[in-house]
Design a protein around this ligand. Structure first.
Ligand code: ZN
Length: 365
């Protein structure tokens, strides 16, 4: 059936008190992890946030009553399934660009805010001037920065090299992670006890999630949403806060958003076969405080996606989310939102797809 208001939702909430309470607590075990790259007006706009806008973001966190926590602290809470207070935010910076040291760090230090830098060792070892040096990273660490792992070569980790078997690919990926960690520790000393990883380009698949879990990492993608128990700890979402996503008004909506109580997602992998150009996402949501009648999902061009819903016997709802379009090769996202039944805030979910060209070749960048 087409999505319609399920009249039983609100009534149902009052009937199964303890179960609902557990779920409500779970929805609130969340933190809004923000992702930045450059803090500069001189660098490519799509991955940059200028200093003035960045300062406005920090002011916004203050005005909304957010606490800024370190990423290891949030990761510990998520790992232990310990309830986080409402309104926890985390600041993360990918790639260790020089503007993080020159511009962002003094602003954050003045406010005594913790932050995380995800580093790939290769450009640092090469002395690339766009990036921080090992000395600057040591200084950042002494100034409240957590250093996370961003792989050794910043490759598209889901891609196999020509003729590479699954086992050879997995070995290469293990080396990308462990050799980078070794480099970080060699140059910067001991890192946080909870090992942290960010996938380059936010590209991952279930095999990489398992590998990172085996190696003891909590890992973050680039699909938007609040980090919560509703995603795997090796596929945690972050909100991009740079480029087109740096507008403080839209950031405010995201900061306040709650995670949808996702029970299951199909397909498990966001990596699509070349012939799957109109992917269908199936989500099963636990009952929650979201207005199902106002749930909307949007495709990569902002188009409204078709959503059909099917009630489950236990009160959950199964959603099928589909596009009428044929997607071009590239990274794409489906985003779903619904308003809270009584509070002025939204629920949020995002899935990233990675779609090769029809002949199987990968897109550039
Ligand atoms: Zn990166």
């Amino acid at each position: 059936m087409r999505l319609s208001l399920l009249g039983s939702t609100v009534l149902g909430l009052s009937l199964i008190g303890s179960q609902v309470q557990a779920k409500e607590v779970a929805e609130r075990h969340h933190a809004s992890v923000l992702m930045y790259h450059h803090i500069s007006a001189e660098t490519p706009r799509s991955t940059s946030t200028d200093a003035e806008t960045f300062t406005r973001h920090l002011d916004l966190l203050d005005q909304l009553g957010f606490q800024v926590w370190s990423l290891p602290q949030v990761a510990e809470y998520l790992k232990a399934n310990k309830p986080l207070p409402d309104k926890v935010a985390v600041l993360t910076f990918d790639d260790a660009y020089i503007s993080v040291y020159d511009t962002a760090m003094p602003i954050m230090s003045a406010r005594k805010l913790p932050f995380t830098i995800f580093v790939n060792a290769t450009p640092i070892n090469q002395g690339n001037k766009l990036y921080m040096s090992w000395g600057q990273l040591r200084e950042a660490k002494a100034n409240g920065a957590t250093i996370g792992n961003h792989s050794l070569h910043h490759e598209h980790m889901i891609r196999h090299q020509k003729g590479e078997s699954e086992a050879q690919w997995l070995d290469r990926m293990r080396a990308e992670i462990t050799e980078n960690q070794w480099q970080l520790e060699k140059h910067l000393g001991a890192l946080s006890e909870t090992k942290l990883f960010a996938y380059p380009y936010g590209e991952f698949n279930p095999a990489l999630e398992s590998l990172l879990a085996d190696l003891g990492y909590i890992a973050f993608g680039q699909q938007s949403g609040a980090a919560s128990p509703f995603t795997s700890l090796q596929a945690a979402p972050r909100y991009a806060a740079n480029g087109a996503y740096s507008d403080p008004d839209s950031l405010k909506t995201k900061l306040l958003a709650l995670p949808f109580p996702v029970r299951s997602e199909t397909p498990r992998s966001g990596v699509l076969a070349p012939d799957k150009r109109s992917p269908v996402l199936t989500l099963t949501l636990e009952k929650g405080d979201y207005r199902l009648d106002q749930l909307r999902c949007y495709g990569p061009a902002g188009e409204v996606l078709q959503v059909t819903s099917e009630d489950q016997a236990d009160g959950a709802v199964k959603l099928q989310i589909a596009t009428e379009k044929t997607l071009p090769a590239g990274r794409h996202r489906y985003n779903c939102t619904a308003p809270h039944i009584s509070e002025p805030r939204w629920f949020w979910f995002s899935r990233q797809w990675m779609l090769p060209e029809p002949d199987g070749r990968w897109y550039k960048g």
